[in-house]
Write a protein of this length. Sequence first.
Length: 207
Amino acid sequence: KFRIWYSAILLAGILLIGTSLWAAVRHQLLSDIDDQLEQKVGGVRAVLEDEGGGGRPEHLREELTEYAHATPGGLLIRVRDESGQELLPGPPLAEQRALVEGHKSTLRTIATPHRLRLQTERLSIHGQTFEVQVGTDLEAIDRMLTLFRTLLLVAIPFVVSVAFGGGYWISRRALAPVDEITTAAKRISLENLSDRLPVHGGDELQR
């Protein structure tokens, strides 16, 4: 019974630790993604500040396109001016996720053939308002989290099995002298009071 409780508590503890580790890794990976998205928005802001001060829309479009091509994941960048004109088209799916009126910035994860993490932000530059949407594919992160979860699901039963086997062996070894003494004590009666209990070593049992 003691071994069953020991294994159950051990399993619960390992499950708690494994779940916490998975949640922490997931949070950190998404936090890194959000930082990358913020950097992309900062890059678009820099282009708009440098080139959006009354210049021709065609020239601004060329600069934004050049920036997108030079940026990893640049195909998931979309920019529109306050009239709704596309300065950088971005992916068609982003069209369904326009900025909610009154919100300065939004972060969301949407489901496509691969999950995407999107950030949408409204920027006011040189008296003009631009809607900027940047995104990144979460496929690599999803694969990593799936692998990590699989490793946990394989490792947890293995660790619990080893711990249960080791605990069983240790408890049997530790309790063997007690069992031996108990058996010998049961054999002693009025007819054989001269028998002695088998104690060995210098531990608590001998005392």
